[in-house]
Design a protein around this ligand. Sequence first.
Ligand SMILES: [Mg+2]
Length: 262
Amino acid sequence: MTIKTIIFDLDDTLLWDKQSIKTAFEKTCTYAGEKYDIDPEKLEEAVRIEARKLYESYETYDHTVLIGINPFEGLWGTFDDPTDAFQKMKEIVITYRKEAWTNGLKVLGVDDSEFGAELGERFVEERKKSPFVYEDTYAVLDELKDQYQLVLLTNGAPSLQNLKLEITPEIRPYFDQVIISGDFGKGKPDAQLFEYMMDKAGITASEGIMVGDNLNTDIKGSASVGMKNVWINREGNVNETDVEPTYEITSLTELLELLKKI
Ligand SMILES: [Mg+2]
C-alpha cells in the first residue's frame, strides 16, 4: 500500500523545544546572576532537578504522564483546559513555578522566595520569546504538503500545544489535522490515540507513516497499531530501548529521500 499520509510529532521533531527551554533557562539564570553572586549554569542545573522532584510529588503527576507533559512544560504552561485534571494542574503550577525556582536558589545558598517567584514568572516570558524551529522544517513541509496529507500528532495540554503553534504561526497551515493528546485524554504511545488519529485522517495503518524523535511515544505507539515509522535521531543517540523503528534519519531533509525509496 502506498503511503498517503505523514504524521508528524511536534516537539523536537518540527519545533526545537529543547533549545527553547535551554534558552529560557539561560536568560532567566543570567538575570538571577546579576542580583546574586551565583553561577547561572549551576542555577539552571539546580532548578531542573528541583522542578522534576516537585513535579513528581504532585497528585497531578500520573495525569501528566498519561497525557505526556514534561516538568519543563509545567514551568511555563497555564493548563487552562476544560477537564478537572487540567484545572487541578492550573492551580498547582502557580506554586510549582515559584517553588522550583526558590528551591533551586536555596541549593546555591540563596534564601529569597520573592525572587524565586519573580524568576518563575520571568522564565514563562523568556520561553514565550524563544521559539526555535529546525532549519529544514519549513522546506521539508513545503515539499511534502502537496503530495501527502499531513497530520500533526502531539502529546500535551491543548492550551500549551496551541500556544506553541500560535507563537510559531507558520506550522499549523501545513496540516490537515492537528491532534493534541490532552483533547483525547490519552497520549502517545497509547494505541487508542493512534486509532483515533487514523479515524480522523481517514486512513488505515498501512497508508500512514509516523515521524518523531521519541522511541517510547512516537515509534512505540505507531508500531503498536502496525504503522511504519521514522525515528528522527538528530543527536546520534544510541537506541537503548527494545523499540525498533522501521527507519532512522538524522534530519528532516533525509525524510524526503527516504520517502522516494519506500
Ligand atoms: Mg517529540
